[in-house]
Design a binder for this molecule. Structure first.
Ligand SMILES: [Zn+2]
Length: 173
């Protein structure tokens, strides 16, 4: 497994709609393993294909946050939200592509998601709590949407300017 570089906002690939997965190839399995490794290393609770420049509808997540280290890695391909609760939940979100910036985002508290698994089967499951927030945040990535798109233009511009500065510093280092 390889830790892949994570794209930092602003990057045109983070604004693009990713393509559906049509075939579960060895390359894609390897990419899923790499994405999980990259996510755990960061550390983060979710990562979507476009964040490593893979423009496919694939995401990984693990929100178990178990201090004892028991992991619950999930790989979702072509995920679709089939139901969302009226009840809303507000979480302070962050993103591996927007390091060290956090803001409150309100989303449905529960969602049902259908997806293609690495086993080639369709799965459907209801998510709540942090899992619900995470899966919605990662599906947004597959549609070229970032959590800062939910914020006011002013706040978004402020964060974007910080990221441009950070990228300049990283390029110099
Ligand atoms: Zn993100």
């Amino acid at each position: 497994m390889t830790i892949r570089p994570i794209l930092i906002h602003p990057d045109p690939r983070l604004k693009k709609v990713a393509d559906p997965v049509t075939e579960i190839t060895d390359d894609l399995r390897r990419a899923a393993d790499d994405m999980l490794e990259t996510m755990y290393d960061a550390p983060g609770v979710g990562l979507a294909g476009p964040q490593i420049g893979l423009m496919k509808r694939i995401l990984v997540m693990d929100c178990s946050k178990d201090p004892e280290g028991s992991r619950n890695p999930m790989v979702l391909m072509n995920p679709e939200i089939t139901w969302a609760s009226d009840e809303l939940n507000t979480y302070e979100e962050g993103c591996l592509s927007i390091p060290e910036q956090y803001a409150e985002v309100t989303r449905p508290a529960q969602v049902e998601v259908r997806w293609l698994g690495l086993d080639g089967q369709l799965h459907e499951q209801r998510f709540d709590g942090l899992w619900a927030t995470c899966v919605q945040h990662e599906i947004d990535h597959l549609n070229g949407k970032l959590f800062i798109d939910y914020l006011s233009p002013l706040k978004r511009q402020l964060i974007t300017r910080r990221m441009i500065k950070l990228k300049r510093e990283m390029a110099r280092a």
